[in-house]
Ligand binder design. Structure first.
Ligand code: ADP
Length: 367
């Protein structure tokens, strides 16, 4: 098992693309780290540099305190699981899992023991004699994971391993990978563009944008204390509402209106004193806007009237899409509220859940 250290890692491709800039992180043994961000933000490049499949332009990469920049992939004790699991079609599940060990000339008895042990962890025992074409997509993905696990790598690297599976299977495999990680306990780095996957699987999340790390933290930290507006909107679904407006006299006035204001709690005003008479961005998650009469009473100076332009019923939840004089607002509430489209709805902003951001830097203003 192993920890990793990425010190000021950069990647500039030959065509000049700056794919990764100044990536710094220490990963502890047994952590489950998820790199997340929109397509092209440098997640795979970082993973491939760790795997040794891509040269590191600058910076130092340590695995278990050993500098590995110039080590061949096979000598790094890392194993990569790709989205295209590409099993050998002419081999059985057993042979697919045993293949890499055979090449390494590991004794037959040990191969047999390892393959059977991993097959049992993955629930593949009864399929060991089958060929891939007689397996479902999820089973194939499990074999691909098994192939990686039998090699007993110090670090697992997974690049969007579930993206070829249908939505339901993805959820099942997500749980399975978490369980496998708990059993096998190897340090894992997992790449995805899906924030739900990141939030549900990670012990810590790394959020990237244009090759630059935006924030590193536990799912709870990045959800509750997003470092900037990008993270605020990337993590959580539906996205956090961000409102531009001006701040004065303890009140926030929404841009585009002169009259729609909310009262800023006294305890926040101290932290916002540099913004008096200036622009400010206020953020509130859709789930922190309430239709509950008790909340409308509690936050009576922080209510807004909206027109429910579009209403989506998602079983347990209800999502209302509207705007506050041109600024989009999304409200997520319980389906118990019988709201139809094109209705006037009064909502309360739960001010204990509010976020503030600097309009120039887009950074979070700490409370
Ligand atoms: P992600 O995994 O987050 O989608 P990538 O790491 O694949 O992002 O890509 C990061 C950036 O590097 C993108 O702008 C991409 O176009 C570029 N890139 C990726 N691979 C290469 C390559 N082999 N040569 C040049 N540019 C590349």
């Amino acid at each position: 098992m192993a920890g990793l250290k990425l010190n000021h890692i950069y990647k500039v491709y030959e065509n000049g693309t700056k794919a990764v800039s100044d990536f710094n992180m220490e990963i502890k043994d047994k952590e489950f780290i998820v790199f997340v961000g929109p397509s092209g933000c440098g997640k795979s490049t970082t993973l491939r540099m760790i795997a040794g499949l891509e040269e590191i332009t600058a910076g130092d990469l340590f695995i278990d305190d050993k500098l590995v920049n110039d080590l061949e992939p096979k000598d790094r004790k890392v194993t990569m699981v790709f989205q295209n699991y590409a099993l050998y079609p002419h081999m059985t599940v057993y042979e697919n899992m045993a293949f890499a060990l055979k090449i390494r000339k590991i004794p037959k008895a040990e191969i047999d023991e390892r393959v059977k042990e991993v097959a049992s962890i993955l629930g593949l025992t009864e399929y060991l004699n089958r060929k891939p074409k007689a397996l479902s997509g999820g089973q194939c993905q499990r074999v691909a994971l098994g192939r990686a696990i039998v090699r007993k790598p110090k670090v697992f690297l997974m690049d969007e391993p579930l993206s070829n599976l249908d939505a339901k299977l993805r959820v099942t495999m997500r749980e399975e990978i978490i369980r496998i990680h708990e059993k096998v306990g190897a340090t894992t780095i997992y790449v995805t563009h899906d924030q739900t996957e990141a939030m549900t699987m990670a012990s810590r999340i790394v959020i990237m944008k244009t090759g630059i790390v935006q924030q590193i933290g536990t799912p709870k930290e990045v959800y509750s204390y997003p470092a900037n507006t990008f993270v605020a909107q990337f993590i959580g679904s539906p996205s956090m509402n961000l409102f531009n407006g001006s701040y004065d006299n303890g009140k926030f006035t929404f841009d585009g209106t002169n009259s729609i204001t909310i009262d800023i709690p006294k305890e926040h005003q101290e932290k916002l004193k540099d913004y008096i008479g200036k622009q400010l961005i206020v953020g509130i998650r859709p789930e922190d806007i309430s239709l509950d009469p008790a909340m409308l009473k509690k936050y009576s100076h922080d209510t807004i009237s909206i027109d429910s332009q579009v209403v989506e019923l998602l079983g347990h939840d209800l999502v209302i899409y509207s705007d506050v004089d041109g600024q989009k607002i999304i409200v997520k509430t319980l389906a118990d509220y019988d709201i139809k489209a094109h209705q006037d709805v009064k909502v309360a902003i739960c001010m204990n859940k509010i976020h503030y951001f600097d309009p120039d830097t887009t950074n979070r203003i700490e409370l």
